[in-house]
Design a protein around this ligand. Structure first.
Ligand SMILES: *[C@@H]1O[C@H](CO)[C@@H](O)[C@H](O)[C@H]1NC(C)=O
Ligand SMILES: *[C@@H]1O[C@H](CO)[C@@H](O)[C@H](O)[C@H]1NC(C)=O
Ligand SMILES: *[C@@H]1O[C@H](CO)[C@@H](O)[C@H](O)[C@H]1NC(C)=O
Ligand SMILES: *[C@@H]1O[C@H](CO)[C@@H](O)[C@H](O)[C@H]1NC(C)=O
Ligand SMILES: *[C@@H]1O[C@H](CO)[C@@H](O)[C@H](O)[C@H]1NC(C)=O
Ligand SMILES: CC(=O)N[C@H]1CO[C@H](CO)[C@@H](O)[C@@H]1O
Length: 473
């Protein structure tokens, strides 16, 4: 059996022959969100949601309209082909729709950021039936104070979008609930942009661009973490560290998660210059061995050695770290949550030592809008880079984390490629949006005409045809 590694290396030589079927549609309005659920491709513009056939890109339903001056902030898939939609009409709405745009439930609580650019990140935790929001402060409207900076909200239709409370089931927002609020006097000055979020078995993470702490106003990229076990309040287990790719002139633009050959999660961060002059740096981190280890070392410095300040004075007034003779985490314990929940220990704990990324790619001139990573087999990952001028590049990342670009293509649109890039493994198809256009790029046509993968590999000169191995052909 050929491996994709061989194919992609080979493709360096034959990249000129790489072929795909391309289909495009112009929606007439700038596309801001993309979501694929089975054969339905959902596209959000600022004031409507459309459903297209993923095969033909033809509309399969009348568009679902929102208020003309609203901003769509969240478009995510829920089990049973349902959709979670949040936007800013009337200071905020979140809704669950079925695949035919029938409203299953409404909420009119203010939940998301309410201007076009400031961010809202939402992360669904399926087994708990809840969704975490990281919301950037915006000063439009009078209800902004009701929105915590980070909150865990219920997806249960009987308590839809209520902040999950640990102790009770009533509607009181207790201090121990799944909500994190910054100190109120920092409200308009301490702005945290939430860029990405993901979870592992034990933790929830947000990636942010923010000031380091109260005394330092310069912007830097941070990784925020708290425990996934929602019987702890967020603030008890909240911690953050700077995340650096190359140096602190660069801040995070987009990020993505994939798995390496040992099935360990890898974080890919795409950084751009802080001063707005573009450039693209791509770094990677092994989440367990590098990021979680750095958090553990930082806790050890504070709790076991008693060195430095606890920090994070924008959440709770600062105080010195305290040495606790008995504090230790068992070796190789991947879940340190039970050890940091102790009334004797100060919390939340910040840190100043950055977690440095491994540099995969540096370009001082390219401006990118998105970088994505896909793992296909144990030895190679595919890297997708979308540029701000409508060009995309494909590269292969080998086990030694060497990145080779083997293909680039200019779309008919010359505006930035939307950060919601979808790759559908089943059909070896990319869905990209740029400006008001949606593109369907299928690399599978050569594959599907073959009887078996081996035949496909030996008789096709399409190097990406190796993706048919995923379809078990
Ligand atoms: C999709 O739309 C195109 C025109 O845009 C039309 O020619 C084609 O027949 C449609 N396909 C289906 C399956 O409706
Ligand atoms: C949700 O809100 C919309 C608009 O306010 C309303 O038309 C609709 O009837 C509501 N649906 C449900 C299920 O509450
Ligand atoms: C984001 O929100 C802040 C605070 O309200 C505001 O100053 C800033 O202009 C907003 N950014 C954009 C691009 O709207
Ligand atoms: C929703 O909440 C109700 C009442 O709290 C509970 O009985 C029900 O099991 C919950 N449903 C889900 C899907 O969690
Ligand atoms: C887009 O940018 C890339 C990298 O800077 C460049 O190679 C390419 O020629 C540009 N394409 C267009 C159409 O300007
Ligand atoms: C979204 C947001 O910024 N929420 C809050 C963050 O914390 C400050 C201080 O408590 C609040 O004023 C914001 O409303």
């Amino acid at each position: 059996m050929f491996s994709i590694f061989v194919l992609l290396t080979y493709s360096l030589l034959v990249s000129s022959t790489l072929t795909f079927d391309i289909l495009e549609r112009d929606l007439g309005d700038a596309i801001g969100k993309l979501l694929l659920i089975n054969d339905n491709l959902y596209l959000g513009t600022s004031h409507s949601l459309s459903r297209l056939s993923s095969l033909t890109l033809n509309r399969t339903l009348n568009a679902f309209e929102f208020d003309a001056n609203s901003h769509l902030k969240v478009l995510l898939s829920l089990p049973n082909e349902r959709i979670l939609l949040c936007g800013t009409s009337d200071q905020g709405f979140c809704q669950i729709l079925d695949k035919n745009f029938q409203i299953i439930i409404n909420s009119s609580l203010p939940i998301v950021a309410n201007d076009p650019v400031n961010s809202t990140m939402a992360l669904i935790i399926p087994e708990k039936n809840l969704v975490y929001f990281g919301v950037t402060y915006t000063n439009e409207g009078i209800q902004r104070w009701q929105i915590p900076n980070i909150s865990g909200r219920s997806l249960n239709t009987s308590r839809f979008m209520k902040i999950v409370s640990i102790n009770d089931n009533d509607d009181m927002i207790s201090r121990d609930d799944l909500a994190l609020r910054f100190m109120s006097r920092q409200q308009t000055t301490f702005i945290v942009q939430y860029v990405y979020s993901f979870y592992t078995k034990n933790y929830i993470y947000f990636l942010t661009n923010q000031p380091n702490d109260l005394e330092q106003k310069t912007l830097l990229t941070k990784i925020v973490r708290f425990c996934r076990d929602s019987t702890y309040s967020i603030i008890r287990t909240y911690t953050e560290l700077p995340l650096v790719c190359v140096n602190s002139d660069w801040i995070l633009k987009t990020a993505d998660i994939s798995y390496d050959k040992n099935n360990k999660q890898i974080l890919i961060g795409h950084f751009t210059r802080k001063d707005g002059t573009g450039g693209t740096n791509i770094c990677s981190w092994n989440i367990e061995n590098e990021i979680d280890q750095a958090f553990e070392d930082n806790y050890r410095t504070c709790y076991s050695m008693g060195i430095g300040q606890r920090g994070l004075a924008f959440i709770k007034p600062n105080e010195p770290c305290r040495k606790d003779e008995t504090w230790s985490v068992p070796l190789n314990d991947e879940n340190i949550c039970p050890w940091i929940i102790s009334d004797r220990l100060p919390y939340p704990v910040g840190g100043a030592t950055p977690v440095l990324g491994r540099i995969l790619y540096e370009s001082l001139i390219e401006s990118s809008s998105v970088v994505k990573i896909y793992s296909f087999d144990s030895s190679t990952m595919l890297v997708f880079q979308g540029l701000t001028n409508g060009t995309f590049k494909l590269g292969s990342l080998d086990v030694g984390r060497n990145l080779d670009w083997f293909y680039s293509y200019q779309l008919s649109s010359t505006t930035p490629i939307l950060s919601d890039v979808i790759y559908d493994k089943k059909s070896a198809t990319f869905f990209l949006a740029s400006g008001s256009k949606i593109y369907r790029l299928s690399f599978s046509s050569d594959c599907t005409s073959r009887l078996s993968c081996d035949e496909c590999l030996s008789s096709s000169n399409n190097p990406l045809c190796g993706w048919c191995t995923i379809n078990e052909r």
